[in-house]
Design a binder for this molecule. Sequence first.
Ligand SMILES: Cc1cc2nc3c(=O)[nH]c(=O)nc-3n(C[C@H](O)[C@H](O)[C@H](O)COP(=O)(O)OP(=O)(O)OC[C@H]3O[C@@H](n4cnc5c(N)ncnc54)[C@H](O)[C@@H]3O)c2cc1C
Length: 246
Amino acid sequence: MKFSALSIARNALSGHAKWPRQWRSPEPKSSYDAIIVGAGGHGLGTAYYLAKEHGLRNIAVIEKGWLGGGNTGRNTTIIRSNYLYDESAGIYDHAVKMWATLSQELNYNVMYSPRGVLMLAHTIHDVQSAQRHVYANRLNGVDNEWLTPDRSLIDVLVINGSTRGERLEPAIDQLLEAGYTIVRGVVGAVQTADTVVYFLDETFRGAAEVLALDAGLTVADIAPFEDAPPVAGRGTAQLMLYLGGS
Ligand SMILES: Cc1cc2nc3c(=O)[nH]c(=O)nc-3n(C[C@H](O)[C@H](O)[C@H](O)COP(=O)(O)OP(=O)(O)OC[C@H]3O[C@@H](n4cnc5c(N)ncnc54)[C@H](O)[C@@H]3O)c2cc1C
């Protein structure tokens, strides 16, 4: 089967309904050197290695549906190697690299098109887990990077709405530790029920979510500045961590 640019364009015009079947359904023989049940990624991979590495030529792969129509076709959407454990890191990285030449190797277009994969951490627990994965991958030589906004450029005003004022310093220290450098504190006297991150305008919505996570809150604990209580200094900050409480 040839996948020329012309054949792909022609089949695109007919809604990809006219491609011929991609596999053979021969009559079974009386005997085989190996019989593999299931033509998912593992079954096909096993057949491939038996043929390539062990010289077997008389192999049957028996599939009740169509090739790759099991979990491999449904779930294996991301060809990746950013898994956690030391024991498996090498084999996953090897497997990902194999895809680059698999079309030539099999003389069959597997339509591999390499991209990056960006995973989002939504909670402090996600952040901890994602960082663990990233650092474990890097130690194993797997390409992975932990991305954060540049906290050092964001002006954060920490307001203590509590009349008691005891929670201001730990919050500032926490933000400095997380990498913010422009952190100013104002002890206010306004009462509110919850701790909230207020953002100057929509440009800072994402940064507000990150700051909320940095401060041990959730991404939902943010609000626009117009909802903020009238406190000193708010007009100059991009983000405001309003500790609130009593
Ligand atoms: C939600 C989810 C997300 C996932 N995401 C990813 C991902 O992003 N990347 C990734 O690499 N992996 C992912 N995985 C894992 C991956 O999908 C599986 O590890 C992989 O598909 C397993 O391949 P397999 O060949 O063992 O099974 P399958 O692909 O399921 O193949 C088994 C085949 O056997 C056939 N079969 C079964 N019984 C018989 C029978 N009696 N006679 C004949 N044929 C039979 C079935 O029809 C099927 O085609 C994900 C898994 C899940 C559940």
